[in-house]
Design a protein around this ligand. Structure first.
Ligand code: DAH
Length: 367
């Protein structure tokens, strides 16, 4: 019968000389597989007389477990070497500049967000947020739009059933505007309040200038002795900064929103021709936002005493601003995820918007 000691040292030599996982696996099969050398020897035991069977069986078991252990160690060693080789080969130097052809672009909506935050941030506004899925209290009731109020029909609302209640008034909505953030802010913060709330909004609408999901920025200022003059000054400064122009003619048209009284729409002066829209000059007007003095009922709904505090609010469509400022004709293309579109209309991620360093870094309305 073969000398197990000699055989073992041969096997261990074989194990240690294995260079890769493929050879390792072949060796494992050759030794321990169904027809492997050790397996065959174990099978041969049954032919031996009892005494011998016991003695040799013990020896073989020791051999088997030693070889198994050696194979296991070898496998770990090979795996580690393989990982190190991979890490070495895939090493990247994060300090290298980005290759221009691989650089991503900032979506115009994100760019406008950044610009608006930079402008209002410098005026001392904070950014506030609210949920996309709202209850009807925050989206409507608290904004002076009780159930059956005709103004609810102004917005084509997507309703979401409430699993806990069959009552339609308890159903949720995907917020139709960013105005509910006004209420959520008042609930959580004492005046003075000075916030903007950019975010997604949803209405059932679809054409070249409407998409079911779009973006708005809400603004809210509440303090003692706030007047319509503060609203006018603030929004005038905003449009000048936003369109990067020294002056922009503005006018306020009386309007109606349930949550403001008085309410107005702000227009900016422009020149419309067949091929071009020039902001800041000319005899035409373009509506850009809704605004007004916060209705006393809205202050009350937010837990603020209207006899002590007043406020103004405004709401702007971000996508529309992006279309105007960057000359993008169709809103639907914003959300088609076409990389060619993003390459054309997108922005360099390293051009941060700031009031001192420049907003759009490409001349804004002049583009
Ligand atoms: N929430 C209005 C809308 O989506 C926009 C708006 C108008 C917001 C006037 C305001 C405001 O805060 O004062 O049509």
């Amino acid at each position: 019968m073969e000398n197990l000691q000699v055989m073992k040292s041969d096997m261990l030599n074989e194990v240690s000389s294995v260079q890769n996982m493929k050879a390792w696996d072949e060796l494992r099969v050759a030794l321990l597989g169904k027809k492997g050398k050790i397996t065959e020897m174990l099978k041969a035991l049954s032919a031996l007389p009892l005494e011998e069977k016991i003695a040799r069986g013990k020896e073989l078991n020791v051999l088997k477990s030693d070889i198994e252990k050696a194979l296991e160690d070898k496998r770990n060693q090979l795996a580690e070497a393989e990982l190190n080789a991979k890490l070495q080969a895939e090493k990247i130097d994060v300090t290298l500049p980005v290759r221009p052809e691989n650089q991503g672009r900032i979506h115009p909506v994100s760019k406008i967000y950044e610009e608006i935050v930079a402008i209002f941030g410098q005026m001392g506004f904070e950014v506030a947020e609210g949920p996309d899925i709202e209850d009807q209290f925050h989206n409507f009731n608290a904004l002076n739009m009780p159930a059956n109020h005709p103004a609810r029909q102004m917005q084509d609302t997507f309703y979401i059933p409430n699993p806990k209640s069959a009552d339609f008034d308890d159903s949720f909505v995907v917020r139709t505007h960013t105005s509910p953030v006004q209420i959520r802010t008042m609930e959580n913060k004492k005046p003075p309040i000075r916030i903007i709330a950019p975010g997604r909004t949803y209405r059932s609408d679809y054409d070249a200038t409407h998409t079911p999901m779009f973006h708005q920025v809400e603004g809210l200022v509440i303090d003692k002795n706030i007047t319509f003059a503060h609203l006018k000054g603030c929004l005038y400064d905003f449009v000048k900064a936003f369109f990067e122009l020294d002056d922009v003619p503005v006018r306020y048209r009386p309007s109606y929103f349930p949550f403001t009284e008085p309410s107005a729409e702000m227009d900016i002066g422009c020149l419309k021709s067949k091929s071009e829209l020039k902001i800041g000059a000319g005899t035409d007007w373009l509506e850009i936002l809704g605004c007004g003095m916060v209705h006393p009922k809205v202050l009350q709904a937010g837990g603020i005493d209207p006899n002590e505090y007043q406020g103004f609010a405004f709401g702007v469509g971000i996508d529309r601003l992006a279309m105007l400022k960057y000359g993008i004709p169709d809103l639907r293309t914003f959300f088609e995820s076409d990389v060619r579109w993003l390459k054309h209309y997108g922005f360099n991620p390293l051009d941060f918007s700031s009031m001192t360093g420049g907003l759009s870094n490409n001349g804004g309305a002049a583009r």
